[in-house]
Structures are given as C-alpha cells and as structure tokens.
Design a protein around this ligand. Structure first.
Ligand code: AMP
Ligand code: MG
Length: 479
C-alpha cells in the first residue's frame, strides 16, 4: 500500500471533547529523513519503499495529511515522582488516528493545549533513542510501542545547549495511560471515567465486553500484564527511568522512552535518570514502583470497582503474581524448564552474586548460555569472581534435575539471553554521528536491534563489555 491509500479511523474522537484537543501540527523547517522502519511499516500494510516517496517526510512533518486524519492530543493526568501532577496530556505528541489497530502519533510536532509552557518539540537525541530502543525492545520480545520513522530538521531548540528538532512517528495499539483514568477521577468526572473504561475494554480487552464483572476483570488483567512487563524489564536489565503513572500503559506496554538505560554492570541501585536524585526509579525499585502505580490506578477506578477486591488483587501482586512472573523470566534465562520449589532461592542468590561481582549483565547471561561446567569464561568476566564459585555449585546441582540435554539448554538460552542490546553509549555514538548528518550508525543499530540473538561477526564489538568510561551514562527527562 502507498501512503495515499492509508485509511485512518478516529475512534477516540467519538469520546467527549474533554478527552482530547484538536490540534494542528506545526511543521519543522527543512525536514529530512533520518530513518525509516520497514518492520513497523508492514504492520500497517505500507510498502517497504514508501520512505522514498517525499510524502513520507511530509507525513511525519504534518504537511501531508492523508484523508480522514484529524490531529488531536490526548488529555491525561498522573503522579510524577509520587505527586499528583494535575492535568498533563500530550504536550508534544499529535495523534493522527489508527490504521489496522495501530494508533499513529508524531512526537515533537509543536504545542498543544497540554504543553504547559514547554515548546512542544523533541530534540534529535531523545528522538533517536526512542526510535531505536522501542524497536530493540520489540525484538527482545518485550511489549512496547513501535516507531515508523524519524525526521530531523533545521528548527532550533533550546535545551542544555541549542539542539535541532526531530519528530518520531510512534505507533501503539493504545496510548491510554493509568494517568488517563486518574484525570477523570481527580476531576470527579465519573461518567467520563466510565466511558473511558468502556472504550478501553472494547478496544483492548474485547473479550470482556458485555461481562457483568468487566471492570474488575479489566483491572486484574492490567495488573497481570504490568507484572509480566516489569518482570521482563528486570530480566533483560531495562531501566525505564520515569515510571510516573502517566507513562504507564493501560495495556502493559513499554511506552514513553525517556532517560532509559540498559544495565551495564549489574546494579540494583542503578538510577539512569539524572533528575531522580532519590533513586525512586532505580532498576531494583521497578517492581515496587509498578505496585505503587497500580495502587494509584486502583484509586482512580474506585468509582467503578469495589476497592477491597482491588486491594486483594494488589496484595496478590506482591504475594505471587509478580514473583511468579519474575521466576518464569529468570528460569528461562537460566535454562530451567522444570519448576522447583527452591528456584526463587537460586535466583535470589544469583542476584546477590551479580551485585557483588561487578559484571556486565548482558554478557554474563550470554556467557552462561554456553556454560558446560567450565567456570573460567564467567570468572574472566567479573571484576570479583569469588562469589560465583558458590552460586555455580548451586546451579550445577539444579541443572542435574533438568531433563533437557546440555545442548538443548544452551540453544534455548541463546534464544533468551541476547547477544546485543542497545546500551546508552552505543545510542550516544549514533546520535553524535547523526547530528553531523551521518545516519549510518542509526541504521546499524536498527539492524542490531532486529537481531538481538544472532551472532553478527561484523558487529562483534557491540557485544563487548561497556568501556569503563561509558558505563552508567545517565540522562535527564527534558530533551
Ligand atoms: P515525559 O516525562 O516525557 O513523559 O513528559 C511528561 C509530560 O510533559 C507529558 O505530558 C509531555 O507531553 C510533556 N512534555 C515533555 N516535554 C515537552 C515539551 N518539550 N513540550 C511540551 N510538553 C512536553
Ligand atoms: Mg510521558
């Protein structure tokens, strides 16, 4: 399909006008294509060569408007760093409507009613980061929004330094957030809250439509999806950085990529967000923060659902829903197929060992995927190998209980523990080149993002331990 055949639906606009603001994207100056993502294009039936059509850049820039597109920004609220932030909303994202169930939006297309004194723009660095990382997460099997393409421009922005503006076209099956529900709850618009619940159920939880107990079941599923998502983040070493409730997807996706990071050396306390001085969103805190955020969601749903039932489900999150999701993820990483009572102890002991060893998270699990009883390859990775001896004793005896052959286990683990993840220093390198007009590294990282489990001999260096001077890069929110 070509761009002019794209057919948009605008179901969100059937809701009350308080849910959104009709917008007019403000184009960037001298826009040019930085990258096009053919995998995302195929999701909406677009031809792989559609980026060669000049209308593609114009589509992202808002100057080409396919028929049926009516741009709008969504209204929401949210708790930011534990404080109720009042009305937020898409301050720089403009929605176009949906194609084949994918809601398209351009991030950085100028001010909206919800911009709150900010400029409605996004700079090249954060845009390249979101574009590449969302694709990487998808290929790692982690639920996420996607991105169709990215353009740069000559439009100047004032950030820590003068930057150039970019626009990413993002796609998601839903952009509704926990904070969307919070908005209608805190402004006491209970009828609209109900209409939102009906909308989300119909669109994203259609199997619950017509169920008398659908609101509670919806809450249960949001909680379960969120638990699974966070377990996957923990397993892969992803730190989101800004787990405010306005950045929590109502369908359990990773959304709103900001100052995120993949772990370099394993560290429970790692905080990737420079502005998060208290470490609220540290890597090791993410499961607890998800619980806190789900509690905020339960408060926002109090006019629809019995609060005691929601509290019981929240208790279950801590008692078994999250722990079980995490055990599942970790057992897969460890190549354990059978469930054993004491698996959690093995995992807890591993996490303590990793914390003490100063060892690259990704490299450790990839190396463990080839474990055959020889401990040297693991010892060589760690600055402090001592703690591994004890843990590998435990692991050896646990492996004996498995029925798979060593080779079968290794093959499964190599499909679970990636060789390539996009670390911040790699993204930073791609950004530096892109700012000079060289987009080759963006394409390279997009390629790597597509093949996290493959051996790519020409890109071997990207699988190495992060150079010491590039470890633990932190970023701030506003970019
Ligand atoms: P974030 O932490 O990036 O998810 O953003 C939090 C809120 O601030 C959201 O409502 C964004 O739309 C808004 N926001 C962030 N940056 C800008 C900007 N440059 N212009 C307008 N709104 C922004
Ligand atoms: Mg956000």
């Amino acid at each position: 399909m070509t761009l002019n055949n794209l057919s948009f639906e605008n179901t969100y606009l059937s809701l009350d006008s308080e849910f959104y603001d009709i917008t007019n994207p403000i184009p960037l100056d001298d826009p040019y294509l930085i990258s096009f993502n053919p995998n995302a294009a195929s999701l909406i039936g677009l031809d792989k060569n559609c980026a060669e059509d000049p209308s593609f850049v114009a589509l992202l820039n808002g100057t080409y408007r396919p028929k049926d597109v009516r741009h709008f920004a969504m209204c929401y609220s949210g708790h930011q760093f534990s404080h109720n932030a009042g009305r937020l909303g898409d301050g720089r994202a403009h929605n176009l409507g949906s194609v084949d169930g994918w809601h398209l939006q351009t991030k950085g297309s100028g001010e909206t009613r919800y911009s709150r004194m900010a400029d409605g723009r996004a700079a090249i660095p954060s845009s390249i980061r979101e574009y590449l990382m969302s694709e990487a997460m998808h290929h790692l099997g982690i639920p996420t929004s996607r991105a169709l393409g990215i353009i740069g421009s000559q439009t100047k922005l004032l950030r820590n330094r003068i930057e150039r503006a970019a626009i990413v076209m993002r796609m998601s099956p839903s952009w509704v957030r926990f904070g969307t529900f919070e908005y209608f709850h805190y402004f006491k618009e209970y009828d609209k809250l109900k209409a939102l619940a009906e909308y989300v159920i119909q669109e994203s939880y259609p199997h619950l439509t017509g169920d008398e107990d659908r609101y509670f079941k919806f809450f249960e599923e949001v909680l379960e999806r969120t638990a699974k998502l966070i377990a996957q983040w923990q397993g892969i070493g992803f730190c989101h950085g800004v787990m405010n409730t306005d950045n929590m997807s109502i369908i359990g996706l990773t959304i709103d990529y900001g100052p995120f990071a993949m772990l370099d050396d394993f560290d429970f306390g790692f905080v990737c967000n420079k502005t998060d001085l208290a470490g609220r969103y540290a890597y090791g805190e993410q499961p607890n923060i998800a619980y806190w955020n789900l509690t905020m969601l339960s408060k926002a749903l109090a006019s629809l659902i019995d609060t005691k039932r929601m509290q019981k489900k929240l208790d279950d999150y801590g008692d078994h829903i999250y722990p079980n999701a995490y055990i599942d993820v970790m057992c897969q990483k460890l190549g354990l197929q059978l469930k054993q009572e004491d698996d959690m102890q093995l995992i807890t002991s591993l996490v303590g060992t990793l914390q003490d060893a100063y060892i690259d998270h990704t490299l450790f699990f990839r190396t463990l995927s080839r474990y055959n009883g020889d401990r040297m390859p693991i010892f060589e990775l760690a600055m402090n190998p001592v703690p591994f001896d004890k843990w590998l004793d435990l692991y050896d005896s646990r492996l004996k209980k498995e029925s798979r052959t060593q080779r079968e286990r290794q093959e499964a683990m190599l499909q679970t523990n990636p060789k390539y993840v996009l670390k911040n220093h790699m993204l930073q390198h791609a950004i530096t080149l892109a700012e000079r007009g060289d987009f080759s590294m963006v394409e390279t990282l997009l390629h790597i993002a597509n093949h996290p489990y493959d051996e790519l001999p020409e890109f071997e260096h990207f699988a190495a331990e992060t150079p010491e001077e590039h470890k633990n890069i932190t970023l701030s929110c506003s970019s």
